[in-house]
Design a protein around this ligand. Sequence first.
Ligand SMILES: C[S@@+](CC[C@H](N)C(=O)[O-])C[C@H]1O[C@@H](n2cnc3c(N)ncnc32)[C@H](O)[C@@H]1O
Length: 470
Amino acid sequence: MVLDIRAARQVRKMRQRDLASAVGISVHELMKLERGLVTPPKKLLQQISICLEMDVEQLIIGQDRFCQNPLTGEGYVTSQPKGSTTIPRREGLDVGKKAVLDLFCGVGGFSFGFEMNEAFQVVAGVDLLTDRLQTFSNNHHSANAYGQDIRAISTDLLDNENPRPFVIVGGAPCQGFSSIRPFRNVERNDPRNNLVEEFCRIVHELQPEWIVFENVVGMLTHEKGRTLRSVIGSFEELGYRTSYRVLNAAYYGLPQRRERLIIVGNKRGKSFKWFEPTHWCEYRSMAGHQKFVLKPLGGLFSQELKPAVTVNEAIHDLPPVGAGESATTYRDDAEPTPYETFIRNQTCQLTMHEATAHSNRMLEIIRQAGTNIYALPDGMVSSGFSSCYSRLNGEEPSVTLTVNFVHPASNRCIHPTQDRALTPREGARLQGFFDTFKFVGTRSQIVKQIGNAVPPLLGNVIAQGILESD
Ligand SMILES: C[S@@+](CC[C@H](N)C(=O)[O-])C[C@H]1O[C@@H](n2cnc3c(N)ncnc32)[C@H](O)[C@@H]1O
């Protein structure tokens, strides 16, 4: 049977650590092989095939196939370089605007937030997945969209076809970090390059004024903080004065508690002015009580802070739909809230408000669902984290949306009062995408595009900070 390394190991029910030790490599190296980040030498593949009791030629074919078909994991793809496609910009450039280059752009939620500020214009984006890139291109009309593995993209091409970026933004996947080698040793097309090094390579060659690197909060503690130190060390070695904070989007007016680690650097030594939160809600940061977690000053008792936007305030103008149903017009009996007016962006056309058709058994679970899995009668579901099969609280901002928010087994994503999971439109609302943002792809691709994005609002906050610090 033709299987890749991971699939073959799983068939044999072998643990990563056992296979790694049997062939004399670290678990970390095996993880890289299994993700397609590194091409294994034939000798190593031979050893692996012996341990997995399979024919080496079959394993080579299986691993090649796997690398041809990028898989997303946590929103990231780590595959071998393959072909490239470019979607050219649809509109001319405005030379008066500050150019933004978006690396690992996905649908470009973060950089869309830059463009919501008229001082900025996104001029190019790079991503491996075609569906993400099509959505990116549909909504970033002045940007060239490069569908390519970042490890294969030429900075000469970026430089020749686009204006020099004033800002480079990007969130390189942090899976696969070990230690980051000094950027000077980074050679193009070196398969060992991790994706942060790629970000550094492009920054080094294009020399933007500002860099904005966003990532998961877990990066703070990854490898006991060594990863973060190493990333910041690389940016400083490139000549950027750097600072970082954990931002929670709910503190800036998004109806979702979603944290992101943001690192900002300036080439001329300017210090970045972090924007103070404008909204307040209860939240215990995943990063704990550390000074770099930006929190609303004064909390509940502050006169200046507004209460955070709630789920109800974000979706109450959408008509009720049952499982498997959809609707194409807004409610005419509900006055839109300020957030809903903003997010509709003057459209009258409701799209993507299509609920998943749940099975009868799932509907039974959903009817009994409460704030956590323990609300369900004993034995109704066999396993899950406490936030699975749970209802959102309409009176608060939502929890962090995942890439599976249309399935009730995922992190708290059942509608506050209706018996179904969120629709793609509701997810897009909670992420802060305008109703006019044009998503393309299959329904399941679109759900992933929404769940993986960085909320535009956070990009907007950083863009404003750059203008005020420049
Ligand atoms: C979290 S998503 C990006 C979200 C995006 N910044 C936004 O604001 O919407 C990460 C993206 O990195 C892309 N990616 C992962 N590995 C890549 C690679 N080697 N080359 C290019 N893009 C890659 C994935 O396809 C995915 O769309």
